[in-house]
Design a binder for this molecule. Structure first.
Ligand code: BES
Ligand code: MN
Ligand code: ZN
Length: 484
Protein backbone atom coordinates (compact mmCIF):
# COMPACT_ATOMS: atom_id res chain seq x y z
CA UNK A 1 0.00 0.00 0.00
CA UNK A 2 1.29 3.39 -1.02
CA UNK A 3 0.43 6.21 1.38
CA UNK A 4 0.94 9.90 0.77
CA UNK A 5 0.34 12.89 3.06
CA UNK A 6 -0.98 16.11 1.55
CA UNK A 7 -2.24 19.47 2.72
CA UNK A 8 -5.86 19.51 1.54
CA UNK A 9 -8.81 21.65 2.51
CA UNK A 10 -12.33 20.49 1.70
CA UNK A 11 -12.31 22.91 -1.24
CA UNK A 12 -9.00 21.64 -2.63
CA UNK A 13 -9.80 17.99 -2.02
CA UNK A 14 -12.77 18.41 -4.37
CA UNK A 15 -10.23 19.04 -7.12
CA UNK A 16 -7.99 16.06 -6.23
CA UNK A 17 -8.01 13.38 -8.89
CA UNK A 18 -8.82 10.07 -7.21
CA UNK A 19 -11.36 7.27 -7.63
CA UNK A 20 -13.00 7.65 -4.22
CA UNK A 21 -12.93 10.57 -1.86
CA UNK A 22 -13.61 9.75 1.78
CA UNK A 23 -14.43 12.73 4.00
CA UNK A 24 -14.21 12.38 7.79
CA UNK A 25 -16.60 14.70 9.60
CA UNK A 26 -16.52 15.31 13.34
CA UNK A 27 -18.92 17.24 15.60
CA UNK A 28 -16.64 20.29 15.32
CA UNK A 29 -17.15 20.58 11.58
CA UNK A 30 -18.07 24.02 10.24
CA UNK A 31 -19.39 24.12 6.68
CA UNK A 32 -17.91 26.45 4.04
CA UNK A 33 -19.21 27.23 0.58
CA UNK A 34 -17.32 24.55 -1.35
CA UNK A 35 -19.31 21.71 -3.01
CA UNK A 36 -18.44 19.14 -0.33
CA UNK A 37 -19.53 21.45 2.49
CA UNK A 38 -22.81 22.00 0.66
CA UNK A 39 -23.30 18.25 0.30
CA UNK A 40 -22.60 17.70 4.00
CA UNK A 41 -24.97 20.50 5.06
CA UNK A 42 -27.81 19.40 2.77
CA UNK A 43 -27.46 15.72 3.65
CA UNK A 44 -27.41 16.60 7.36
CA UNK A 45 -30.50 18.84 7.04
CA UNK A 46 -32.29 16.06 5.16
CA UNK A 47 -31.31 13.68 8.01
CA UNK A 48 -29.67 11.34 5.48
CA UNK A 49 -26.33 11.90 7.23
CA UNK A 50 -25.04 12.86 10.64
CA UNK A 51 -21.59 13.26 12.12
CA UNK A 52 -22.22 10.44 14.62
CA UNK A 53 -19.51 7.80 14.55
CA UNK A 54 -20.08 5.19 11.89
CA UNK A 55 -22.72 7.12 9.86
CA UNK A 56 -21.91 7.10 6.16
CA UNK A 57 -23.38 8.54 2.99
CA UNK A 58 -22.27 7.75 -0.54
CA UNK A 59 -22.65 10.14 -3.46
CA UNK A 60 -21.64 9.91 -7.11
CA UNK A 61 -20.77 12.39 -9.85
CA UNK A 62 -21.13 15.53 -7.75
CA UNK A 63 -20.61 18.74 -9.72
CA UNK A 64 -17.32 20.42 -8.84
CA UNK A 65 -15.81 17.22 -7.38
CA UNK A 66 -13.24 15.25 -9.42
CA UNK A 67 -13.65 11.94 -7.59
CA UNK A 68 -16.34 9.72 -9.12
CA UNK A 69 -17.44 8.51 -5.69
CA UNK A 70 -17.70 10.35 -2.41
CA UNK A 71 -18.17 8.77 1.00
CA UNK A 72 -19.04 10.98 3.94
CA UNK A 73 -18.08 9.39 7.26
CA UNK A 74 -19.14 10.60 10.69
CA UNK A 75 -16.45 10.42 13.38
CA UNK A 76 -18.40 11.92 16.32
CA UNK A 77 -16.04 13.42 18.89
CA UNK A 78 -13.12 12.45 16.66
CA UNK A 79 -11.42 10.10 19.12
CA UNK A 80 -8.84 7.84 17.41
CA UNK A 81 -11.22 4.93 18.00
CA UNK A 82 -14.00 6.93 16.22
CA UNK A 83 -11.71 7.49 13.25
CA UNK A 84 -10.86 3.80 13.20
CA UNK A 85 -14.41 2.49 13.38
CA UNK A 86 -15.77 5.12 10.98
CA UNK A 87 -13.14 4.40 8.36
CA UNK A 88 -13.32 0.63 8.77
CA UNK A 89 -17.05 0.85 7.97
CA UNK A 90 -16.44 3.08 4.96
CA UNK A 91 -13.67 0.86 3.59
CA UNK A 92 -16.02 -2.12 3.66
CA UNK A 93 -18.12 -0.39 0.99
CA UNK A 94 -15.02 -0.27 -1.24
CA UNK A 95 -14.38 -4.02 -1.07
CA UNK A 96 -16.61 -4.88 -4.03
CA UNK A 97 -15.68 -1.77 -6.04
CA UNK A 98 -12.63 -1.66 -8.27
CA UNK A 99 -11.14 1.32 -6.48
CA UNK A 100 -7.37 1.50 -6.73
CA UNK A 101 -6.92 5.13 -5.65
CA UNK A 102 -8.61 6.81 -2.72
CA UNK A 103 -8.18 9.99 -0.73
CA UNK A 104 -9.11 10.25 2.94
CA UNK A 105 -9.64 13.84 3.99
CA UNK A 106 -10.28 15.25 7.46
CA UNK A 107 -12.84 18.04 7.32
CA UNK A 108 -11.35 20.16 10.08
CA UNK A 109 -8.19 20.13 12.17
CA UNK A 110 -6.30 16.86 12.70
CA UNK A 111 -4.19 15.44 15.52
CA UNK A 112 -1.29 12.99 15.17
CA UNK A 113 -3.37 10.34 16.93
CA UNK A 114 -6.24 10.77 14.45
CA UNK A 115 -3.90 10.55 11.48
CA UNK A 116 -2.30 7.44 12.98
CA UNK A 117 -5.72 5.86 13.43
CA UNK A 118 -6.65 6.62 9.82
CA UNK A 119 -3.50 5.06 8.34
CA UNK A 120 -3.90 1.92 10.45
CA UNK A 121 -7.61 1.54 9.72
CA UNK A 122 -7.20 1.93 5.96
CA UNK A 123 -4.37 -0.60 5.87
CA UNK A 124 -6.07 -3.10 8.15
CA UNK A 125 -9.40 -3.06 6.35
CA UNK A 126 -7.90 -3.50 2.89
CA UNK A 127 -5.24 -6.11 3.66
CA UNK A 128 -5.47 -9.33 1.65
CA UNK A 129 -3.55 -12.56 2.11
CA UNK A 130 -2.91 -14.20 -1.22
CA UNK A 131 0.39 -16.07 -1.05
CA UNK A 132 -0.89 -19.63 -1.24
CA UNK A 133 -3.67 -19.22 -3.82
CA UNK A 134 -3.03 -20.50 -7.36
CA UNK A 135 -3.40 -16.95 -8.63
CA UNK A 136 -1.76 -14.61 -6.12
CA UNK A 137 -4.44 -12.38 -4.60
CA UNK A 138 -3.55 -8.72 -4.49
CA UNK A 139 -5.18 -5.80 -2.71
CA UNK A 140 -7.21 -3.58 -5.03
CA UNK A 141 -6.65 -0.33 -3.22
CA UNK A 142 -2.97 0.50 -3.67
CA UNK A 143 -2.73 4.29 -3.51
CA UNK A 144 -4.11 6.31 -0.61
CA UNK A 145 -3.72 10.04 -0.08
CA UNK A 146 -4.33 11.40 3.41
CA UNK A 147 -5.53 14.97 3.34
CA UNK A 148 -4.98 17.22 6.36
CA UNK A 149 -5.48 20.94 6.91
CA UNK A 150 -1.76 21.52 7.20
CA UNK A 151 0.88 18.81 6.84
CA UNK A 152 3.18 20.19 9.56
CA UNK A 153 6.22 18.61 11.27
CA UNK A 154 4.38 16.69 13.99
CA UNK A 155 1.86 15.27 11.53
CA UNK A 156 4.63 14.32 9.11
CA UNK A 157 6.45 12.46 11.87
CA UNK A 158 3.27 10.67 12.95
CA UNK A 159 2.57 9.81 9.32
CA UNK A 160 6.04 8.32 8.74
CA UNK A 161 5.94 6.15 11.86
CA UNK A 162 2.36 5.02 11.15
CA UNK A 163 3.27 3.94 7.62
CA UNK A 164 6.32 2.05 8.93
CA UNK A 165 4.11 0.47 11.60
CA UNK A 166 1.71 -0.71 8.89
CA UNK A 167 4.60 -2.31 7.00
CA UNK A 168 5.61 -4.17 10.15
CA UNK A 169 2.03 -5.25 10.90
CA UNK A 170 1.59 -6.54 7.36
CA UNK A 171 4.90 -8.41 7.47
CA UNK A 172 3.72 -10.09 10.69
CA UNK A 173 0.30 -10.88 9.20
CA UNK A 174 1.88 -12.42 6.12
CA UNK A 175 4.12 -14.79 8.09
CA UNK A 176 1.48 -15.69 10.65
CA UNK A 177 -1.11 -16.37 7.94
CA UNK A 178 1.13 -18.72 5.99
CA UNK A 179 0.27 -22.37 6.56
CA UNK A 180 2.79 -24.34 8.59
CA UNK A 181 4.18 -26.05 5.48
CA UNK A 182 4.87 -22.61 4.01
CA UNK A 183 6.33 -21.20 7.23
CA UNK A 184 8.66 -23.81 8.67
CA UNK A 185 11.35 -22.88 11.22
CA UNK A 186 13.86 -22.91 8.34
CA UNK A 187 11.68 -20.51 6.32
CA UNK A 188 11.30 -18.18 9.32
CA UNK A 189 15.09 -18.16 9.58
CA UNK A 190 15.34 -17.16 5.91
CA UNK A 191 12.74 -14.42 6.40
CA UNK A 192 14.82 -13.03 9.28
CA UNK A 193 17.97 -13.17 7.16
CA UNK A 194 16.09 -11.27 4.47
CA UNK A 195 15.47 -8.44 6.95
CA UNK A 196 19.19 -8.27 7.69
CA UNK A 197 19.83 -6.96 4.17
CA UNK A 198 19.09 -3.48 5.56
CA UNK A 199 21.97 -1.55 7.10
CA UNK A 200 21.86 -1.65 10.89
CA UNK A 201 20.29 -5.13 11.05
CA UNK A 202 22.24 -8.36 11.41
CA UNK A 203 20.97 -11.89 11.77
CA UNK A 204 22.31 -15.22 12.89
CA UNK A 205 20.35 -18.46 12.60
CA UNK A 206 21.37 -21.37 14.82
CA UNK A 207 20.47 -24.99 14.04
CA UNK A 208 20.15 -28.16 16.20
CA UNK A 209 23.91 -28.56 16.72
CA UNK A 210 24.52 -25.04 17.98
CA UNK A 211 21.41 -25.14 20.16
CA UNK A 212 22.57 -28.43 21.70
CA UNK A 213 25.94 -26.86 22.42
CA UNK A 214 24.22 -23.99 24.23
CA UNK A 215 22.49 -26.56 26.42
CA UNK A 216 18.93 -25.60 25.49
CA UNK A 217 17.55 -28.96 26.62
CA UNK A 218 14.05 -27.60 27.17
CA UNK A 219 13.72 -26.07 23.69
CA UNK A 220 15.22 -29.20 22.10
CA UNK A 221 12.73 -31.47 23.84
CA UNK A 222 9.80 -29.77 22.09
CA UNK A 223 11.41 -30.09 18.64
CA UNK A 224 12.21 -33.79 19.11
CA UNK A 225 8.95 -35.09 17.67
CA UNK A 226 9.22 -33.22 14.38
CA UNK A 227 11.03 -33.97 11.12
CA UNK A 228 11.51 -30.21 10.67
CA UNK A 229 14.79 -29.09 12.24
CA UNK A 230 14.53 -26.34 14.88
CA UNK A 231 15.96 -22.87 14.39
CA UNK A 232 17.07 -20.28 16.93
CA UNK A 233 16.99 -16.88 15.28
CA UNK A 234 19.00 -13.95 16.61
CA UNK A 235 18.23 -10.56 15.04
CA UNK A 236 20.06 -7.41 16.04
CA UNK A 237 19.19 -3.84 15.23
CA UNK A 238 21.79 -1.26 16.14
CA UNK A 239 20.65 2.36 15.92
CA UNK A 240 22.48 3.71 18.99
CA UNK A 241 25.97 3.42 20.44
CA UNK A 242 27.19 -0.16 20.97
CA UNK A 243 27.38 0.50 24.70
CA UNK A 244 23.64 1.30 24.84
CA UNK A 245 21.84 -1.63 26.52
CA UNK A 246 19.32 -3.16 24.12
CA UNK A 247 15.68 -4.08 24.56
CA UNK A 248 15.36 -7.80 23.82
CA UNK A 249 12.18 -9.12 22.20
CA UNK A 250 11.57 -12.87 22.43
CA UNK A 251 8.88 -14.34 20.14
CA UNK A 252 7.32 -17.78 20.50
CA UNK A 253 7.89 -19.49 17.17
CA UNK A 254 5.89 -22.72 17.30
CA UNK A 255 5.19 -23.07 13.57
CA UNK A 256 2.57 -25.72 14.36
CA UNK A 257 1.23 -26.86 17.70
CA UNK A 258 -0.47 -30.27 17.63
CA UNK A 259 -0.05 -30.50 21.40
CA UNK A 260 2.50 -33.30 20.94
CA UNK A 261 1.74 -36.55 22.80
CA UNK A 262 -0.80 -34.53 24.83
CA UNK A 263 -2.57 -34.20 21.47
CA UNK A 264 -5.08 -31.42 20.88
CA UNK A 265 -8.63 -32.23 19.68
CA UNK A 266 -9.22 -31.96 15.91
CA UNK A 267 -11.68 -29.04 15.68
CA UNK A 268 -9.88 -25.82 14.74
CA UNK A 269 -6.48 -27.41 15.08
CA UNK A 270 -5.54 -25.70 11.80
CA UNK A 271 -5.46 -22.44 13.77
CA UNK A 272 -2.36 -23.69 15.57
CA UNK A 273 -0.39 -22.56 12.50
CA UNK A 274 -0.75 -19.12 14.15
CA UNK A 275 1.22 -20.35 17.17
CA UNK A 276 4.22 -18.46 15.82
CA UNK A 277 2.35 -15.14 16.10
CA UNK A 278 4.86 -13.93 18.70
CA UNK A 279 7.74 -14.71 16.35
CA UNK A 280 5.90 -13.00 13.48
CA UNK A 281 5.46 -9.88 15.63
CA UNK A 282 9.21 -9.77 16.30
CA UNK A 283 9.90 -10.05 12.55
CA UNK A 284 7.32 -7.31 11.94
CA UNK A 285 8.94 -4.98 14.47
CA UNK A 286 12.30 -5.47 12.76
CA UNK A 287 10.67 -4.67 9.42
CA UNK A 288 9.44 -1.37 10.89
CA UNK A 289 12.84 -0.66 12.50
CA UNK A 290 14.51 -1.18 9.12
CA UNK A 291 12.33 1.58 7.69
CA UNK A 292 12.42 4.05 10.61
CA UNK A 293 15.98 3.55 11.86
CA UNK A 294 15.35 4.95 15.36
CA UNK A 295 18.22 5.67 17.77
CA UNK A 296 18.09 2.58 19.97
CA UNK A 297 19.33 -0.98 20.09
CA UNK A 298 17.01 -3.96 19.81
CA UNK A 299 17.67 -7.71 19.85
CA UNK A 300 15.08 -10.17 18.55
CA UNK A 301 15.21 -13.82 19.65
CA UNK A 302 13.01 -16.47 18.07
CA UNK A 303 13.06 -20.11 19.15
CA UNK A 304 11.24 -21.84 16.26
CA UNK A 305 10.09 -25.45 15.94
CA UNK A 306 7.04 -27.67 15.48
CA UNK A 307 5.29 -29.47 18.35
CA UNK A 308 4.44 -32.93 16.97
CA UNK A 309 3.53 -36.41 18.32
CA UNK A 310 6.01 -39.06 17.23
CA UNK A 311 7.94 -42.12 18.39
CA UNK A 312 10.77 -39.76 19.26
CA UNK A 313 8.58 -37.08 20.84
CA UNK A 314 9.01 -35.99 24.44
CA UNK A 315 6.54 -37.74 26.76
CA UNK A 316 4.47 -36.59 29.74
CA UNK A 317 6.59 -37.16 32.84
CA UNK A 318 9.91 -36.71 31.04
CA UNK A 319 12.38 -34.48 32.87
CA UNK A 320 14.59 -32.14 30.82
CA UNK A 321 17.38 -29.75 31.75
CA UNK A 322 17.00 -26.15 30.61
CA UNK A 323 19.88 -23.88 29.61
CA UNK A 324 19.58 -22.23 33.04
CA UNK A 325 20.37 -25.57 34.68
CA UNK A 326 16.88 -25.87 36.18
CA UNK A 327 15.22 -29.20 35.51
CA UNK A 328 11.63 -29.31 34.27
CA UNK A 329 9.07 -32.11 34.54
CA UNK A 330 7.00 -32.01 31.35
CA UNK A 331 3.58 -32.93 32.66
CA UNK A 332 1.76 -31.78 29.53
CA UNK A 333 3.51 -31.63 26.16
CA UNK A 334 0.91 -29.10 25.01
CA UNK A 335 2.40 -26.50 27.37
CA UNK A 336 5.33 -26.26 24.93
CA UNK A 337 5.53 -22.50 24.46
CA UNK A 338 7.02 -21.92 27.90
CA UNK A 339 9.51 -24.74 27.24
CA UNK A 340 11.03 -23.02 24.23
CA UNK A 341 10.77 -19.52 25.71
CA UNK A 342 12.57 -20.34 28.96
CA UNK A 343 15.80 -21.17 27.13
CA UNK A 344 15.53 -18.02 25.01
CA UNK A 345 15.05 -16.00 28.22
CA UNK A 346 18.28 -17.48 29.59
CA UNK A 347 20.07 -16.74 26.31
CA UNK A 348 18.87 -13.11 26.59
CA UNK A 349 21.04 -12.58 29.72
CA UNK A 350 24.17 -12.23 27.59
CA UNK A 351 22.95 -8.91 26.16
CA UNK A 352 22.74 -7.26 29.62
CA UNK A 353 19.40 -5.89 28.44
CA UNK A 354 17.54 -2.78 29.56
CA UNK A 355 14.41 -4.91 29.37
CA UNK A 356 13.28 -8.25 27.95
CA UNK A 357 9.78 -8.62 26.54
CA UNK A 358 8.51 -11.99 25.41
CA UNK A 359 5.52 -12.29 23.12
CA UNK A 360 3.63 -15.57 22.95
CA UNK A 361 0.35 -17.19 21.96
CA UNK A 362 0.77 -18.93 25.27
CA UNK A 363 -2.49 -19.92 26.93
CA UNK A 364 -6.12 -20.64 26.15
CA UNK A 365 -6.71 -19.34 29.68
CA UNK A 366 -5.71 -15.84 28.55
CA UNK A 367 -8.35 -16.01 25.81
CA UNK A 368 -10.93 -16.83 28.49
CA UNK A 369 -9.70 -14.00 30.73
CA UNK A 370 -9.41 -11.14 28.22
CA UNK A 371 -10.96 -12.30 24.95
CA UNK A 372 -9.76 -10.77 21.70
CA UNK A 373 -9.66 -7.12 22.81
CA UNK A 374 -6.64 -6.88 25.09
CA UNK A 375 -3.44 -8.93 25.24
CA UNK A 376 -2.41 -10.17 28.67
CA UNK A 377 0.57 -8.26 30.03
CA UNK A 378 2.82 -9.17 32.96
CA UNK A 379 5.77 -7.13 34.15
CA UNK A 380 8.27 -7.26 36.98
CA UNK A 381 8.51 -3.45 37.18
CA UNK A 382 5.75 -0.85 37.29
CA UNK A 383 7.62 1.54 34.98
CA UNK A 384 7.83 -1.15 32.29
CA UNK A 385 4.18 -2.11 32.75
CA UNK A 386 3.08 1.53 32.53
CA UNK A 387 5.15 2.13 29.39
CA UNK A 388 3.67 -0.94 27.69
CA UNK A 389 0.13 -0.05 28.72
CA UNK A 390 0.58 3.50 27.35
CA UNK A 391 2.20 2.27 24.13
CA UNK A 392 -0.76 -0.07 23.65
CA UNK A 393 -3.22 2.79 24.14
CA UNK A 394 -1.33 5.08 21.75
CA UNK A 395 -1.02 2.43 19.06
CA UNK A 396 -4.61 1.19 19.60
CA UNK A 397 -3.17 -2.25 20.33
CA UNK A 398 -4.44 -2.70 23.88
CA UNK A 399 -3.10 -4.82 26.73
CA UNK A 400 -4.04 -5.37 30.37
CA UNK A 401 -1.74 -6.08 33.27
CA UNK A 402 -2.16 -9.33 35.18
CA UNK A 403 -0.44 -10.23 38.46
CA UNK A 404 2.75 -12.15 39.19
CA UNK A 405 2.20 -12.95 42.90
CA UNK A 406 4.50 -15.70 44.15
CA UNK A 407 1.50 -17.68 45.44
CA UNK A 408 0.54 -18.45 41.83
CA UNK A 409 3.80 -20.43 41.44
CA UNK A 410 2.67 -22.93 44.09
CA UNK A 411 0.91 -25.19 41.57
CA UNK A 412 4.04 -25.58 39.44
CA UNK A 413 5.79 -27.66 42.12
CA UNK A 414 7.04 -31.07 41.00
CA UNK A 415 8.08 -34.19 42.92
CA UNK A 416 10.56 -35.13 40.22
CA UNK A 417 12.18 -31.89 38.99
CA UNK A 418 12.82 -28.27 40.01
CA UNK A 419 9.55 -27.23 38.42
CA UNK A 420 6.62 -28.70 36.49
CA UNK A 421 5.56 -27.16 33.19
CA UNK A 422 1.87 -26.80 34.16
CA UNK A 423 -0.19 -25.71 37.12
CA UNK A 424 -3.88 -26.51 37.30
CA UNK A 425 -6.63 -24.86 35.27
CA UNK A 426 -7.20 -21.94 37.68
CA UNK A 427 -5.30 -18.81 36.63
CA UNK A 428 -3.70 -20.64 33.72
CA UNK A 429 -2.34 -17.50 32.04
CA UNK A 430 -0.73 -16.43 35.30
CA UNK A 431 0.82 -19.79 36.20
CA UNK A 432 2.33 -19.88 32.69
CA UNK A 433 3.81 -16.43 33.32
CA UNK A 434 5.12 -17.58 36.72
CA UNK A 435 6.88 -20.49 35.00
CA UNK A 436 8.65 -18.01 32.68
CA UNK A 437 9.36 -15.65 35.59
CA UNK A 438 11.79 -18.22 37.05
CA UNK A 439 13.98 -17.80 33.97
CA UNK A 440 13.79 -14.00 33.83
CA UNK A 441 15.45 -13.03 37.11
CA UNK A 442 18.39 -11.05 35.76
CA UNK A 443 16.67 -8.09 34.04
CA UNK A 444 13.42 -6.13 34.00
CA UNK A 445 11.01 -8.45 32.24
CA UNK A 446 7.59 -8.32 30.64
CA UNK A 447 5.48 -11.05 29.07
CA UNK A 448 2.68 -10.51 26.55
CA UNK A 449 0.19 -13.36 26.18
CA UNK A 450 -1.34 -12.79 22.75
CA UNK A 451 -3.30 -16.04 22.47
CA UNK A 452 -6.55 -14.07 22.10
CA UNK A 453 -5.29 -11.16 20.02
CA UNK A 454 -2.83 -12.53 17.44
CA UNK A 455 -5.51 -13.87 15.13
CA UNK A 456 -9.24 -13.91 14.44
CA UNK A 457 -11.21 -17.10 14.01
CA UNK A 458 -14.43 -17.77 12.12
CA UNK A 459 -15.28 -16.22 8.75
CA UNK A 460 -12.64 -13.52 9.02
CA UNK A 461 -10.01 -16.08 10.01
CA UNK A 462 -6.57 -14.53 9.81
CA UNK A 463 -3.66 -12.93 11.60
CA UNK A 464 -4.10 -9.46 13.11
CA UNK A 465 -0.44 -8.40 13.14
CA UNK A 466 -0.75 -7.68 16.86
CA UNK A 467 1.15 -6.65 18.93
CA UNK A 468 3.55 -5.08 16.41
CA UNK A 469 1.89 -1.69 17.01
CA UNK A 470 2.26 -1.89 20.78
CA UNK A 471 5.89 -3.05 20.60
CA UNK A 472 6.99 -0.50 18.01
CA UNK A 473 5.24 2.32 19.90
CA UNK A 474 6.99 1.20 23.10
CA UNK A 475 10.39 1.12 21.40
CA UNK A 476 9.88 4.55 19.84
CA UNK A 477 8.83 5.93 23.24
CA UNK A 478 12.06 4.57 24.71
CA UNK A 479 13.97 6.45 22.07
CA UNK A 480 12.09 9.64 22.92
CA UNK A 481 12.73 9.28 26.65
CA UNK A 482 16.43 8.60 26.05
CA UNK A 483 16.63 11.88 24.08
CA UNK A 484 15.56 13.95 27.12
N1 BES B 1 -0.66 -22.50 21.69
C1 BES B 1 -1.39 -22.90 22.81
C2 BES B 1 -2.20 -21.78 23.44
C3 BES B 1 -3.44 -21.34 22.68
C4 BES B 1 -4.62 -22.02 22.86
C5 BES B 1 -3.40 -20.25 21.88
C6 BES B 1 -5.76 -21.60 22.20
C7 BES B 1 -4.54 -19.80 21.24
C8 BES B 1 -5.72 -20.49 21.40
C9 BES B 1 -0.45 -23.42 23.91
O1 BES B 1 0.69 -24.05 23.47
C10 BES B 1 -1.23 -24.41 24.70
O2 BES B 1 -1.57 -25.43 24.15
N2 BES B 1 -1.49 -24.11 25.97
C11 BES B 1 -2.23 -24.97 26.82
C12 BES B 1 -1.55 -24.99 28.16
C13 BES B 1 -2.11 -26.02 29.09
C14 BES B 1 -1.75 -27.41 28.61
C15 BES B 1 -1.55 -25.77 30.46
C16 BES B 1 -3.64 -24.41 26.95
O3 BES B 1 -3.80 -23.20 27.03
O4 BES B 1 -4.58 -25.20 26.89
MN1 MN C 1 0.40 -26.11 23.09
ZN1 ZN D 1 1.39 -23.47 21.64
Amino acid sequence: MNFELKTLSLASSAKTSTDTLIVLISEQFEAGKDPLSVLISKATQAKDFSNKTGKTLQAYGLAGVSAAKIILVGIGEGKPSDVKSGLTGAMATLKAAETSKAAVVFAGSVTSAQLHAAVLAVADSTYVYGTTHSKPKLRKLTQVTLGVQSANGALKEAFTSSVAMVEGIEFAKEWANRPANHATPTMLGKAAQGLAKTAGISCEVLGPKEVAKLGMGSFMSVAKGSAEPLRFIVLKYQGAAKTDAPVVLVGKGITFDTGGISLKPAPEMDEMKFDMGGAASVLGVFKSLSLLKPKLNVVGLIPACENMPDGLAVKPGDVVTSMSGQTIEILNTDAEGRLILCDALTYAERFKPKAVIDIATLTGACVIALGAIRSGMFATEDALADALQKAGNDAMDLCWRLPLDEEYAESLKSNFADVGNVGGRPGGAITAAKFLHRFAQKYPWAHLDIAGTAWKGGGAKGATGRPVGLLLQYLLSQQASAKK
